[in-house]
Design a protein around this ligand. Structure first.
Ligand code: NAP
Length: 274
């Protein structure tokens, strides 16, 4: 049986998922039902895939789709729930991409099958990790089906939801953190007279080569560092400087994202309680 897939919200993430699943032939455009609050974003996708079902309301998405991806911002969730919460029936699977509410809360307010995923923008390349957690109503077979579907655009990792934050700092926020770190090297080289474009091109090419090296030779990060850093040499001196600041900075980064997630969560839960 062909599954119909629905998307509520076609902003950055919703569009990335739709494009990714269609391009990788996980689903045909005619089996995808989408709705976005401002119609232009959904229409833009239809310009790319003429068979895509752009419908007139969220209700229509739910009526047609077997699985419904929620891709709105957490702040828009309470209003969305008020609009369509009663439409979620037990034969549907709701897949939330929202940072908040957590699965435990979704499980309480939505009757039936609910999954929470934490995708990564890198999945537009077909690589990257989506974290996934499922409520008890979703059968083992359905978990596998959802995982296989998500795997078309990367790797799906099922982890207890309490680990979403610590994993998401690598998988979801990670691309920004990694870009910042490598970008800092490129910026520093400009201070020493290297042209901006050249610095950025070299940084990106080296980043790509580093990833390929790690993957092809199945190296750990430590092994790669050992291969490059001759004891007492320039790289070793540089790594030593990094070791004085980066582990501490990583701790602060994790603390900051955790605090922000708690804040978003508290706001959404308070709005839901109103
Ligand atoms: N971006 C990422 O890398 C990323 C990664 C992991 C998880 N996420 C999660 O993904 C979710 C979406 O993020 P985003 O970056 O895609 O945000 P976004 O670009 O702002 O997209 C959200 C979309 O939802 C639409 N929307 C809001 N309320 C709606 C409603 N009631 N019915 C239909 N559409 C509605 C908005 O429409 P308008 O055009 O009218 O504003 C907007 O297009 C967030 O919850 C975020 O936590 C994002």
């Amino acid at each position: 049986m062909t599954l119909n897939i629905g998307f509520i919200g076609t902003g950055s993430l919703g569009s990335m998922l739709i494009r990714g699943f269609i391009e990788k032939e996980a689903v045909s455009p005619e089996d995808v039902y989408i709705y976005n609050r401002s119609p232009s974003k959904a229409e833009k996708l239809r310009e790319e895939y003429s068979q895509l079902r752009v419908v007139e309301s969220n209700r229509e998405v739910i009526a047609h789709a077997d699985w419904i991806f929620l891709c709105v911002k957490p702040g828009d969730f309470p209003e969305l729930l008020a609009e369509i919460g009663s439409e979620f029936t037990e034969d549907k699977i709701i897949i939330s991409t929202l940072l908040s509410p957590p699965l435990s809360e979704l499980d309480r307010i939505i009757k039936g099958k609910v999954a929470r995923i934490y995708p990564s923008i890198t999945q537009s390349t077909g690589h990257g990790v989506a974290l996934a957690a499922f409520n008890q109503e979703i059968t083992e077979n359905e978990r596998q089906q959802i995982t296989n579907f998500l795997n078309h655009i990367g790797t799906t990792v099922s982890v207890p939801e309490k680990l979403f934050r610590a994993c998401g700092d690598i998988t979801s926020c990670g691309p920004a953190f990694m870009a910042y770190m490598v970008g800092s090297l490129a910026e520093e080289s400009q201070k020493h007279g290297v042209d901006k474009n050249l610095a950025e091109t070299m940084a990106k090419e080296t980043m790509l080569g580093t990833i390929l090296l790690l993957k092809r030779h199945e190296l750990s990060f430590e092994e790669l560092i050992k291969q490059v850093a001759t004891p007492g040499g320039c790289t070793a001196k540089g790594v030593n400087e990094l070791s004085k600041v980066l582990p501490k900075a990583a701790g602060k980064v994790f603390a900051a994202t955790e605090a922000k997630e708690k804040e978003v969560c508290a706001q959404v839960l308070s709005d839901l309680a109103k």
